[in-house]
Each structure stands twice: as structure tokens, then as C-alpha cells.
Ligand binder design. Structure first.
Ligand code: SF4
Ligand code: ZN
Length: 325
């Protein structure tokens, strides 16, 4: 029996419980709702929750082509698995997109897993690398960093968003689906609060904005706990990467993750409450902030910087400047 709480001790001494819905043996205790679930009802509950999120925020329309960003981790492979379950019902075409950042000793395993899993599901798979798109791998870019004032993840994330956009346009997708889960949403919100980045909080509201190029970006797992995505992967035999990115602990995100998990251990359901508050705040901001949506004067991609140069071009210029010193 798995307990959704990080502290698994509570359930170890419990008498075996039956599934709240079908009376089969339960394998999961959803602490915040009190439900006991067998693996079939657990899987169904995740499918239902994701379908509800998609429809509530009009994320995906009938007949659209969805580019699913697949890293090879549990979240993205689970998302692909969940969407592949419903794609034919809604005449959606799925294309998996993997971005190879160029991280030695880490990316190779996840690329192999992503290739194997997409071919198992019969889904087209496109792989693009930082090296071919931006001229340098992430490892190379980081050698030009002065100190660690800029975390690897902020450099990596900036280039990854652009790389996914390029890949999605390349396959004529209508919508890009990324596997950010509920925990990611909470961490991102707190990071934005600490950075004083109100505009990014407004961008968090899940109703997709249509970009000038017609693409929309959606997060269908945004209402599912990270722990539940991992359990979904486990009981549905979804393979996922065991190696962690070597740069993972450079940023503040890991501290925030631990802090929120400790809160949830003591107060089951607090993550759901936090998400609902975040959605209210981001909605108010979205409705009232005026976004700057021009074009980058260097690369002509959409750009929110009032100075007219996008974050990718700014990052490239500073990396090139260090490289040429
Ligand atoms: Fe990139 Fe950071 Fe993710 Fe590593 S942990 S792949 S550096 S965003
Ligand atoms: Zn640019």
C-alpha cells in the first residue's frame, strides 16, 4: 500500500483496505481526499482529472495536433501515455518532441527511454539538440559562465522553451503540451514571488494564450500531485530515467520542493489549496496586466521584453561575450 503522504509509516500497520469504488484490494491511499484506490481506479482517477483540466481551461480542441514535450522523465512519459489514451476519441494527433540539451552522462539514458517508449506507443518522435539549434551544448554554454550567478536551469530553461517552439512549428502543431505537475506550479509561483516577477505569475494562469504564430501552450498535469504522477508511471509500467541531471540542485527549486512536501506531510491537501489560490491571483493579474508582445529585433521571435530583444538572444549574447574573452 502506498500512501500519498511522503511519510509512509502511517499505513504500514493498517489492515488491508479495499478500494473505495470497486472493493478490489487498494494500493494507494489518497490522503487529502481519504480515498483508497486499487490500481485500476487510481489510473481512471488520473485520466478523469486530466480530462477535466483540459476541458475546464479549453486547453486542447478536437482534431488538433499536439506536440508533447518528452524529456524521458516520469512526468513527460506519463503525460504522453495519458494523452495517447484519449487522442483517438478526440481525433488528436500526437507528436513527441525531445530536446537534447547536451548534458554528458545524463541525456543519453533519457533519449533511449523516450525513443523506446514513443515507438512502443506508435507515436512520431522528433529530436532536436541545442548544438544544432544554438551552436553549443548546455555543457559548453556552462563552461563560459562567470561564477554561478546564473543557474544552469535558468540558462537551460530559456533555450529549451525556444527549442520546443521551433520543433512544434516544424511539425505544424497547434498546441504544445508540457508535463508540469501541480508541485511544479507551486514551486514556480514561489520562485516568481521571490524574484518579484509579477508578469510571470500572470502568465501562469492556465487558459492558453494564442501566440502570434498560432501556437498555444498547455499543462494538462497541472492539477496532479507529482507523487501521483510517479505512482501512475509505476503502476502503468512506464519506464523512466533513474539518473538525475547533474545541475539539478544549483537553483532554489529543490529547497522549495522539500519545504512544500514537508507542509503537505503535516497538512494533507495544502498543495491543492495553494494551487487554487495561485490560480485566483494569476487570473486577476492576467485580466489586468498589459503584456508587451512585440518581436525580437534580432531573431524576430515573439518577445515580451520592452527593449525589443528576447531572453534567448540576450542569453546567447552574454555566453558569446564570455566565450570570446
Ligand atoms: Fe536543464 Fe536544470 Fe532540467 Fe538539468 S535540471 S535538464 S539544467 S532545467
Ligand atoms: Zn531574439
Amino acid at each position: 500500500m502506498i500512501n500519498n503522504n511522503n511519510n509512509n509509516d502511517n499505513d504500514h500497520n493498517m489492515i488491508t483496505r479495499r478500494c473505495t469504488y470497486c472493493n478490489a484490494q487498494s494500493v494507494y491511499h489518497r490522503q487529502y481526499s481519504g480515498e483508497y484506490l486499487c490500481s485500476r481506479c487510481f489510473t481512471k482517477s488520473i485520466h478523469r482529472k486530466v480530462a477535466k483540466t483540459i476541458s475546464k481551461y479549453s486547453m486542447i480542441r478536437h482534431g488538433e495536433t499536439i506536440a508533447v514535450a518528452v524529456s524521458g522523465g516520469k512526468d513527460s512519459l506519463s503525460l504522453l501515455h495519458i494523452l495517447s489514451n484519449s487522442a483517438s476519441k478526440h481525433a488528436n494527433r500526437l507528436i513527441a518532441i525531445t530536446i537534447d540539451e547536451g548534458i554528458r552522462g545524463y541525456r543519453d539514458e533519457s533519449l533511449a527511454i523516450a525513443k523506446e517508449f514513443t515507438s512502443r506507443l506508435g507515436i512520431e518522435h522528433v529530436i532536436l539538440s541545442y548544438k544544432e539549434l544554438f551552436g553549443k551544448s548546455l555543457d559548453d554554454m556552462l563552461t563560459f559562465r562567470k561564477g554561478k550567478n546564473l543557474s544552469a536551469c535558468s540558462i537551460c530553461g530559456t533555450f529549451r522553451r525556444r527549442a520546443i517552439d521551433i520543433a512544434a512549428k516544424h511539425v505544424n502543431a497547434d498546441v504544445i503540451a508540457t508535463a508540469h505537475n501541480l508541485d511544479d506550479m507551486l514551486q514556480t509561483f514561489l520562485i516568481n514571488v521571490m524574484a518579484g516577477d509579477v508578469e510571470r505569475i500572470a502568465w501562469m494562469y492556465p487558459e492558453p494564450i494564442e501566440y502570434a504564430d498560432g501556437l498555444r501552450k498547455v499543462k494538462p498535469l497541472m492539477e496532479v500531485y507529482e507523487h501521483e504522477v510517479a505512482f501512475y508511471a509505476l503502476i502503468n509500467n512506464i519506464p523512466f530515467q533513474s539518473e538525475q541531471c547533474p545541475y539539478m540542485n544549483e537553483g532554489i527549486r529543490s529547497y522549495i520542493r522539500d519545504f512544500i512536501n514537508r507542509l503537505e506531510d503535516e497538512h494533507a491537501g495544502i498543495k491543492n489549496n495553494m494551487l487554487s489560490t495561485i490560480l485566483k491571483i494569476s487570473k486577476v493579474l492576467r485580466d489586468n496586466l498589459r503584456f508587451n508582445r512585440g518581436r525580437c529585433m534580432i531573431c524576430n521571435n515573439e518577445c515580451s521584453n520592452p527593449k525589443g530583444i528576447c531572453s534567448v538572444c540576450i542569453m546567447r549574447m552574454s555566453i558569446d561575450a564570455y566565450a570570446n574573452k
